[in-house]
Design a protein around this ligand. Structure first.
Ligand SMILES: Nc1nc2c(ncn2[C@@H]2O[C@H](COP(=O)(O)OP(=O)(O)OP(=O)(O)O)[C@@H](O)[C@H]2O)c(=O)[nH]1
Ligand SMILES: C[S@@+](CC[C@H](N)C(=O)[O-])C[C@H]1O[C@@H](n2cnc3c(N)ncnc32)[C@H](O)[C@@H]1O
Ligand code: SF4
Ligand code: SF4
Length: 620
């Protein structure tokens, strides 16, 4: 269904209610069974307004930009029987325990709720949806939902020929099949498994059973399959296919690189050279694809331009991950666990309140992608859990991760001069920490006493007890060589009090400088990796993961930053987590300072630390 435009006034009201919603209610997820009261009230006001003004669509599924979300993508599983290079690591993705995945009944309960509110299209995806044993049953039950007009599946095609007759009987109405090459050997290289002929069989079965068009998804990568564009289009001459060329998107560990991405414009130029008469076809307003046809050909071809020309303005999509999280945007950084609320016995009204609040917070667009396109590699960490369709991210909010990042590889670590050379450590340490009233008298003496908080002044322990200073008062790094390697995780947080105006602009992603949350998130990841260069006696730690989340707290007009770092090694990662949170906070300040200087950074603290020899720490 195409979204119907809402009036300007309605749009304003929707926005302002989203604003007031977030100022009156915690934007962070309420506990299961405790949906935010004020958010629910605001939503019911919104709903009332929309009803009174004969608004065309559910307020719960309408976001602050007036977009109606009538298309729900449900990930049926995180598992897959292929390992496409651009999507999954060879070893697969870490799987959520079965008990945490949505059951068939839970999937149907949620689907029912969304359809009741106006969703008229559901696409089943994954992982590979056709390896879920009850997929036919799920389709059959979805088919009974009144108002659901389209039930689609996106599949790698391996099990399609076998299952399609049953799926069709059950009510499956649309099929998208992924195929990136027409060369069998290349297929095995790309997906790291056999199966080319099964996929082709699946495509032909879909045509035979009357699906039209059968959509074929082809992720185009330079140096791999961009030489096959013409062959793919040639297939549409006699077959009712819609071959969809997809711009290669970054994924956790898929070694995305802007040079490997072939843009829509470039592909179109290539095709026009062969078929200058290529004609553009109209498409639905909310479509992700730009569609063309070679006159006289039976099928058509399309481009999915997520990277070079996003289609967020008409986005009508929501996603539910295999473990029951609602993701309002493929690249968004917030998820709400519907599963937890369901299992805690939330009522329909309460669930709708939670869904409506999440939809209300949806951002205008996915700015992270623009950042990635703008910066050329290697200055781009890969983005993890980007779930074009549900794979891993299905589990988590968008995280910027350092996995696979090459940013700092080969960087020379600047040598930190001994503190004594900078006037900070000469002589006995006591001298510099004394509370001598004249410590400012000698400008040469940069005694920390003049700057240290009172609690830190006074005599220090003897130098042989100081772990970071040697017997001559010089800086000394603790030798951790003898300590065993353990898995270390630390989480730290910071709060940035933005004030109402800056908060609003950040929330609506309207800052002139750009998407402050995305930039701060990136800064946090980079800072974690740079910690040993910033904090003089900090060890260099090979981080295996960094995750930075930013949540809007409307009640305080604040952004709450949470940074989590993980490493296996002999020393902890709390400095990395704290640095990450602090730098993300500073970056937010930098992004917003043109709007307000009355921004307070604070509450930088360690939340938890595990894996060390001295036991775990959890702030209560
Ligand atoms: N930016 C963005 N891209 C998406 C989204 N959903 C799907 N895509 C892109 O669309 C490609 C194909 O996805 P499909 O699973 O076939 O879904 P679809 O394009 O929604 O399919 P239709 O329902 O036929 O329009 C993916 O590889 C992504 O590149 C989305 O919500 N946002
Ligand atoms: C993640 S898969 C899930 C469904 C099913 N397993 C399949 O392959 O069709 C859905 C779609 O996402 C596409 N996709 C995966 N990784 C991508 C990437 N890095 N860039 C663009 N599209 C991607 C796939 O080609 C596929 O069409
Ligand atoms: S694109 Fe689909 S088939 Fe390929 S690895 Fe990802 S989930 Fe599996
Ligand atoms: S990136 Fe987010 S807003 Fe943009 S089209 Fe995809 S889901 Fe919609």
């Amino acid at each position: 269904m195409a979204t119907r435009p809402v009036s300007r006034m309605l749009r304003r009201v929707l926005r302002s209610s989203v604003r007031s919603c977030s100022s009156g209610a915690p934007v962070t997820q309420p506990r299961p069974g405790e949906p935010s009261q004020s958010a629910a009230e605001e939503l019911s006001r919104r709903r009332q307004f929309l009803r009174e003004h004969a608004a065309p669509f559910s307020a719960f599924l309408t976001d602050g930009f007036g977009r109606h979300h009538s298309y729900l993508r449900i990930s049926l599983t995180e598992k897959c029987n292929l390992r496409c290079q651009y999507c999954m690591p060879e070893e697969g993705v870490p799987l959520t325990p079965k008990a945490d995945l949505l059951t068939t009944e839970e999937i149907l309960t949620l689907a029912r709720l969304f359809v009741k509110e106006g969703v008229d299209k559901i696409r089943l995806t994954g992982g590979e949806p056709l390896i879920r044993p009850d997929v036919v049953d799920i389709v059959a039950q979805l088919h009974r939902l009144e108002g659901l007009r389209t039930i689609g599946v996106t599949t790698n095609g391996i099990n399609l020929a076998r299952l399609l007759p049953q799926l069709q009987k059950a009510g499956l109405s649309a099929i998208n099949i992924s195929l990136d090459t027409l060369v069998p050997a290349k297929f095995e290289f790309i997906v790291r498994r056999k199966g080319f002929h099964k996929v082709m069989e699946g495509i032909h079965k879909a045509i035979e059973l009357g699906y039209s068009p059968v959509k074929v998804n082809c992720v185009v990568m330079r140096g791999l399959n961009e030489d096959e564009l013409l062959d793919f289009v040639a297939l549409t001459e006699g077959l009712p296919l819609d071959v969809r060329f997809i711009e290669y998107m970054p994924f956790d560990g898929n070694k995305w690189n802007v040079k490997k991405m072939v843009s829509y414009k470039e592909m179109l130029d290539t095709l026009r050279r062969q078929w200058p008469e290529l004609e553009k076809l109209p498409e639905e307003e909310s479509s992700t694809a730009k569609t063309f046809r070679v006159p006289g050909f039976r099928g058509q071809l399309s481009f999915i331009t997520s990277m070079s020309e996003h289609f967020c303005g008409t986005c009508n999509r929501l996603r539910i991950t295999a473990d029951g999280n609602l993701k309002v945007c493929l690249f968004g950084n917030s998820e709400v666990s519907l599963r937890d609320h369901l299992r805690a016995g939330a009522s329909e009204e309460e669930l709708l309140g939670i869904i409506g609040a999440a939809v209300g917070r949806k951002k205008r667009q996915h700015a992270e992608l623009f950042l990635m396109l703008r910066d050329s590699p290697p200055a781009i960490p890969s983005i993890s859990s980007w779930d074009p369709l549900g794979v891993q991210g299905l589990r988590r909010s968008v995280r910027l991760s350092n996995q696979g990042a090459t940013l700092w590889k080969g960087c020379r670590v600047p040598q930190t001069p001994p503190l004594a050379q900078r006037g900070l450590g000469a002589g006995s340490p006591q001298r510099h920490y004394s509370s001598h009233p004249d410590s400012d008298a000698n400008p040469q003496c940069l005694s920390p006493a003049s700057r240290a908080p009172a609690a830190h002044s006074g005599p220090l322990p003897a130098s042989d007890q100081l772990t970071h200073v040697d017997t001559e008062g010089r800086a000394a790094m603790v030798d951790v060589g003898g300590k065993p390697d353990t898995e270390r995780v630390a989480v730290a947080s910071a709060v940035v009090l933005l004030g109402p105006e800056a908060f609003r602009l950040v929330q609506e992603n309207q800052l002139k400088k750009g998407d402050a949350l995305a930039v701060a998130q990136l800064a946090g990841v980079q800072a974690a990796k740079l910690t040993s260069q910033l904090i003089p006696l900090c060890h260099h730690v090979a981080l295996s993961h960094v995750q930075v989340r930013l949540e809007l707290d409307g009640a305080r007009h604040a952004v709450v930053i949470r940074a989590s770092c993980r490493a296996r090694g002999p020393t902890g990662v709390e400095m990395e987590a704290l640095t990450s949170a602090a730098v993300a906070a500073l970056t937010l300040y930098d992004m917003c300072k043109a709007v307000s200087r009355d921004i307070v950074l604070g509450d930088i603290k360690l939340i938890s630390k595990t894996g060390g020899q001295r036991g775990d720490f959890h702030r209560t």
